[in-house]
Design a protein around this ligand. Structure first.
Ligand code: GAP
Length: 432
């Protein structure tokens, strides 16, 4: 992990938020390469989950919802972790993660913390709406993106002219006041989720749960994870969230253990029933053909965007031993998520003008970069380290034969390609 964290900071993928002030625990900034990686992941998710389907539509809802939303969803009452404080060093820990508490700095003679009894700590981050300090203006930053999907269910179904079964998807920020943020971005206080709620007839919930579990597994394999680094794990009954009837996690083998990057949940009719009860608005459904009225059951797929980005970074990282004892650091990103698809490198600065022209033409189609500093070997290494699948080198022969050299990142194989064909050549290889 240390190597990944260091590479991420050094090459501008992800680094501490507010770094110049010493950082702020649980908050992270994505730099120029990180934002491309994250946007590519979100775009691929949106493509597969919304654009390629007739039965899923998207929304983008506000982060702050009516306070009653969280009473109805159960978060006000149930969304808490047991917390203990050390009276000596004043640090706070999750009562169920005391193995990680370490030694108490304030009790020299003893390594033991002086812990309080566990208390429940609500994980929702609070804020104030408007100028008044009145308690009625207290609101919360959403701890999950899906609740607006439930409160918008009726309107979205009607405007999109959808019939059950169908789904609503959204990508957005979520906030949790985690007691112990840790493992880089893995457990943050601000993060993004890509969630889809699929509304089904009660008789079809098992069928759709299996369907979405398999679909989501396929998606993660498409991201380039090796099958032995991904597994599905069903929740035991005592692990289930307050709303879930069944749940299966997509887990990735991080350097610190197998951990969840996505959850597939059977939420039953919990959310629609509760919002019906708390709002007084009927969120039931009447089948237009059979005229049967019922509250749909919900199958949810909830991917953590930041956790999946972290898994992609971990999965891609390799220190490859080369002949002659040299080592190159290479990120084996799948082309679909690679931040830069192709880098254009003039062999000499003297060739800068035509090489720049080529890069300007390619950038209309792909995320590209241009680099003319340092020897060509060093420039290849720089691109390997950020996972650029192809380097296109413009050399002195290019002037005469109209060709450039295309070098592939993983095999390092080089191929001479006519300049006029470079775009289609790259597109075919990036999509294969
Ligand atoms: N709507 C259901 C829901 O929110 P969850 O299992 O609590 O379910 C879904 O969260 C996903 O969100 C997780 O699989 C994880 O990837 C991501 N996630 C949850 N808490 C997180 C945190 N503190 N930091 C980063 N990602 C988090």
């Amino acid at each position: 992990m240390d190597k990944i964290v260091s590479l991420c900071a050094r090459r501008g993928f992800i680094f501490q938020s507010s770094d110049i002030y010493g950082g702020i625990n649980g908050f992270w900034d994505y730099g120029p390469l990180g934002v491309e990686l994250k946007n590519n992941l979100k775009a691929l998710w949106w493509q597969r989950m919304v654009r390629e389907r007739d039965d899923v539509v998207g929304i983008d809802s506000s982060i702050i919802c009516h306070p009653r939303t969280w009473e109805a969803s159960g978060h006000t009452q149930n969304f808490s972790d047991p917390m203990v404080d050390c009276r000596a060093c004043k640090k706070r820990f999750r009562a169920d993660q005391l193995d990680d508490a370490g030694k108490c700095d304030a009790r020299q003679g003893s390594s033991e913390h002086d812990l309080t009894e566990p208390r429940n700590f609500n994980l929702m981050l609070q804020t104030q709406i408007g100028a008044s300090e009145d308690a009625s203006q207290v609101a919360h930053l959403r701890p999950e993106t899906c609740q607006s999907i439930f409160t918008d269910f009726k309107r979205v179904r009607e405007v999109a002219r959808q019939k059950v079964p169908f789904g609503i998807a959204q990508i957005g920020k979520a906030f949790r006041n985690e007691i112990t943020p840790r493992n880089f971005t893995f457990r943050s206080r601000e993060f993004e989720q890509a969630e889809m709620e699929f509304f089904v007839h009660p008789s079809e919930r098992e069928k759709w749960f299996s369907y979405w579990r398999d679909e989501r597994r396929k998606f993660h394999l498409e991201l380039g994870f090796s099958p032995d680094a991904i597994r599905m794990r069903a929740h035991e009954s005592d692990e289930l969230a307050h709303y879930a009837n069944a749940a299966e996690d997509v887990e990735f083998l991080f350097p610190f253990d197998w951990q969840e990057i996505e959850g597939v949940h059977d939420r039953g009719d919990w959310d629609l029933s509760r919002h019906t009860e708390f709002s007084g608005k009927d969120l039931g459904y009447t089948d237009p053909e059979s005229k049967e009225s019922y509250t749909p059951m919900v199958i949810e797929t909830s991917m953590g965007v930041d956790r999946t980005c972290l898994a992609i970074l971990v999965n891609a990282y390799e220190e490859e031993a080369l002949e002659g004892g040299d080592v190159r650091t290479v990120m084996h990103f799948a082309p679909s998520v690679a931040p830069i698809k192709a880098a254009v490198l003039p062999l000499s600065k003297k060739l800068g003008e035509p090489a720049r022209e080529l890069e300007r033409a390619l950038r209309r189609r792909f995320a590209t970069s241009y680099d003319e500093t340092g020897n060509i070997g060093r420039r290849y290494r720089r691109q390997d380290e950020v996972g650029t699948p192809f380097c296109v080198t413009y050399d002195f022969e290019s002037e005469d034969d109209g060709c450039v050299t295309v070098r592939e990142r993983d095999s390092m194989e080089q191929q001479r390609v006519p300049m006029a064909d470079v775009e289609s050549h790259l597109r075919a290889r990036l999509e294969s």
